[in-house]
Design a protein. Sequence first.
Length: 140
Amino acid sequence: MATTGTVLAKNMAIYINGSPDTVISCQVDATLSMTTQTFETTCKDSGSWAEPRPGTKSWTMTGTGNLAWDATYGYEELFGLWYNQTETGFVISTGVTGDKQQYGDGYLTELEMTSSGNDAAVTFSFTVTGAGPLIMSTVS
């Protein structure tokens, strides 16, 4: 049953697209960013007003997780995607049937491991750069 009301952050995560989708383990945040580059069409007739037009669209997904070497799908698997430059399907979703999800193919373009402090979890962060369209659909 689809989520009603405000979607809670604890339910939204980034997954590897598959049958079924596989959640990236122990995430603490997940972000989807979409941008449209613009190009200028300003001319002398524009009267000193910019006249941008929409051009190329792009998207990224970023996430952070707590490092666990025994994770089902964690840092080690993401390292493999980054190292081998593997184009992979990624999904951001609650995973709840009836909710909306957004997905597309992309490359893992950044992967970082951070160990700061003494009594704190080691974390990892990652960035996926989209390689084609981002699609919105309903989780089934």
